[in-house]
Structure formats: structure tokens, C-alpha cells
Design a binder for this molecule. Structure first.
Ligand code: NAD
Ligand code: LMR
Length: 339
């Protein structure tokens, strides 16, 4: 009788311990003092699921952290500089690592024009993450996402710690934009619009599937397609040399992090669009693809098929795959040549 009670108490204690351990969520932002990093860190500070926030940047991390730490929510905020142990301490114990470090576009540039600068920034941060947080969910925001995600994968593979279920290219902004643009045309509430966008995150690799929405009549609407594929350019042009989307991206990144935390804490049916190591087009030599992904405690739970598409959308997909393959191969080749 006592033995049975002791066993039950032990089981409850174990469960209580593992539940609270699971609910302790350290989130790290690399590039936290930047245009995206600051509002993203702010939104993460407002998220009660985040218990510890580590803000790292090559300059300004502690300043942003001091500012955000005065906000009266429970999470502990620490800023880190690039001292020898700064990056390691920022990463140790992280459940989620968001990477918005790198340079943004100026008018006239493509995302691929950022490759030469951002590839080595992301490679070096990936090396640090592979060493100090090999089990974390890595969320890559730095452009060009179609190439920077494969760079992270190659580094993790080289270090022997690659887990494809825990690497995500953040493409949520494309869906956020598509939903907003559609709602403007249809006079609907954008919160109710959920447009599927697949492929990658640049120009023609961004493929919205309006045939799968409640507005199939929008298939073939050229100006809407242009806005979804080149929405980033609208912002780059309007900012006129002062960078690219930061605030909407911060919202999209914070939403993705929140979805991962919800799924890690046991919520079922959490689905986000994201660019992941995907089986969908591997037979065509394409290792990564963005589609709807169900998230779970282990990261990627289930990768959804693209589903039935309209013939016009199929043409867009064909163009997407052609570009995507080159972008992915470029990232892989970069690490092979610059390990
Ligand atoms: P930004 O220049 O304002 O900020 C970048 C920050 O990164 C700076 O604070 C800089 O000090 C920091 N940084 C640079 N090298 C670093 C390193 N090695 N370690 C840590 N921090 C480092 O740029 P931004 O507007 O925040 O954009 C950042 C990146 O996000 C760009 O590459 C941009 O193209 C990309 N982006 C992606 C999406 C998306 O949908 N995935 C959307 C918008 C922007
Ligand atoms: C975006 O979609 O806004 C980002 O990828 C930034 C950019 O360069 O357009």
C-alpha cells in the first residue's frame, strides 16, 4: 500500500518535473540589435511561453537587452557581446535559436546579392550553434533563405549533429502578406485568410496556391501574384536604402517561434508554412522545400503534400523548382568550398 503510494507520488513528481522542465523555454536571438532583431526580441519578451531570452549581436546586444529587460513580464533577459564566451553562453540551453543576423537588401538588389556577405555570417553562427546548442530548433531568417538554410544543414552535418526535424527557414512572412493582400481585394478579415504559399523565399520561388483557398478565382490574377512574389521589394523600395522589411518580419518570426513553443508544450495540430528538409521533391534533387508543416515536440512532425494545384500554378511550381535547386546547391557548394 505504502509502496504503491510512493510509486504514485514518484510518478507524479516525475511528471511535474518533466512538465515544468519542458515549460522552461530559453529563446536566443542572433542579430538581436538589428532592424528585425529588436522588434522580434520585444515580441518574444511579451510571450509568456518564453522564460529566458538571450540577445546576441556583434554590437549592441546588451543595450537592447537592458531596455527590453525593464518590461514587466516574467522572462529573464540577458544581452551578449561577441566575447569568446558570449556566443556560447547565449546559445547554451536554448530551445529555439532565431537567426536574423546579416545584411538586408537595398533597392536594385536581389536576395541572392546578399549571399556573399550573409553566407559566411550564417555559416559561423551555425558552427557556434552546432557546438553549443546542437538540439535546439534553428530558425533561419537571414537571406537568401533558400541558400542559408542548406548552409546551416551542411555545417550541422559536418559536426555530426544534423537533425532535419529541427531546422527551419522562416517563410511565414510570405503567408502573412498573401493573407493581407487577399483580404484587401476581397474585403475580408485578414486573420481569417490562410493562403497556402509553397516553394522558397525569393521571387519566383514563392508560389501562392489560391486554388486551395476560398478564393480560387484569384488564380491567374497577375498583379496579386506579383505582390506576393515581390512583396519584399515593395518594402525595400519604400525604405529607399534604409533596409528591408523588419516589423512585419518580426511579427512573422515571433508567430513561428510561438507555434514551435505551443507544439513543444503539447498542443496538437499546430501548422506553419516553413522551408525544411523535405521529401516532396527529393526525387528531382531538391532537398529543401517550403510547405505547410505540422509542428510537434520534436520539431517537424509532418510535412504536408502540396496537394492538388491548378495548371497555371503548376507552371509557377516548375519555375520555382528550377530556381530553388540552384539556390540550394549554391549554399551546399559554399560550405564545401569554405568549410
Ligand atoms: P539589420 O542590418 O538591421 O540587422 C542585422 C543585424 O545583424 C545587425 O544588428 C548586425 O550587427 C547583426 N550581425 C551582423 N553580423 C552578425 C554576426 N556575425 N553575429 C551576430 N549578429 C550579426 O538587418 P535586418 O533588417 O534585421 O535583416 C536581417 C536579415 O534578415 C537580412 O538578411 C534580411 O534580408 C533578412 N530578412 C529575411 C526575411 C524573411 O522573410 N526570411 C524578412 C526580412 C528580412
Ligand atoms: C522580405 O520578404 O521582406 C525579406 O526577404 C526581405 C527582402 O529582402 O525582401
Amino acid at each position: 500500500m505504502f509502496a504503491a503510494r510512493r510509486a504514485l507520488t514518484g510518478a507524479l513528481q516525475t511528471r511535474a518535473f518533466s512538465a515544468s522542465a519542458r515549460d522552461l523555454s530559453k529563446v536566443t536571438v542572433l542579430g538581436a540589435a538589428g532592424g528585425i532583431g529588436q522588434p522580434l526580441s520585444l515580441l518574444l519578451k511579451l510571450n509568456p511561453r518564453v522564460t529566458e531570452l538571450a540577445l546576441y549581436d556583434i554590437r549592441g546586444g546588451p543595450g537592447v537587452a537592458a531596455d527590453i529587460s525593464h518590461i514587466n513580464t516574467k522572462s529573464k533577459v540577458t544581452g551578449y557581446d561577441p566575447t569568446p564566451s558570449g556566443l556560447d553562453s547565449a546559445l547554451k540551453g536554448a530551445e529555439i535559436v532565431l537567426i536574423p543576423a546579416g545584411v538586408p537588401r537595398k533597392p536594385g538588389m536581389t536576395r541572392d546579392d546578399l549571399f556573399n556577405t550573409n553566407a559566411s555570417i550564417v555559416r559561423d553562427l551555425a558552427k557556434a550553434a552546432a557546438e553549443s546548442a546542437p538540439d535546439a530548433n534553428i530558425l533561419v531568417i537571414s537571406n537568401p533563405v533558400n541558400s542559408t538554410v542548406p548552409i546551416v544543414a551542411e555545417i550541422f552535418k559536418a559536426k555530426g549533429v544534423y537533425n532535419p526535424k529541427r531546422l527551419f527557414g522562416v517563410t511565414s512572412l510570405d503567408v502573412v502578406r498573401a493573407s493581407r493582400f487577399v483580404s484587401e481585394i476581397k474585403n475580408t478579415d485578414p486573420v481569417d485568410e490562410n493562403i497556402t504559399v509553397v516553394g522558397g523565399h525569393s521571387g519566383v520561388t514563392i508560389v501562392p496556391l489560391f486554388s486551395q483557398s476560398s478564393h480560387p478565382d484569384l488564380v491567374g490574377k497577375a498583379d496579386l501574384l506579383q505582390r506576393v512574389q515581390f512583396g519584399g521589394d515593395e518594402v525595400v523600395k519604400a525604405k529607399d536604402g534604409a533596409g528591408s522589411a523588419t516589423l512585419s518580419m518580426a511579427m512573422a518570426g515571433a508567430r513561428f517561434a510561438e507555434s514551435l513553443l505551443k507544439a513543444a508544450q503539447g498542443q496538437k495540430g499546430v501548422v506553419e508554412p516553413t522551408f525544411v528538409d523535405s521529401p516532396l521533391y527529393k526525387d528531382q534533387g531538391i532537398e529543401f522545400f517550403a510547405s505547410k508543416v505540422e509542428l510537434g515536440p520534436s520539431g517537424v512532425e509532418k510535412i504536408m503534400d502540396v496537394g492538388k494545384v491548378d495548371p497555371q500554378e503548376q507552371k509557377l511550381l516548375d519555375a520555382c523548382l528550377e530556381d530553388l535547386k540552384k539556390n540550394i546547391n549554391k549554399g551546399v557548394a559554399f560550405v564545401a568550398e569554405n568549410p
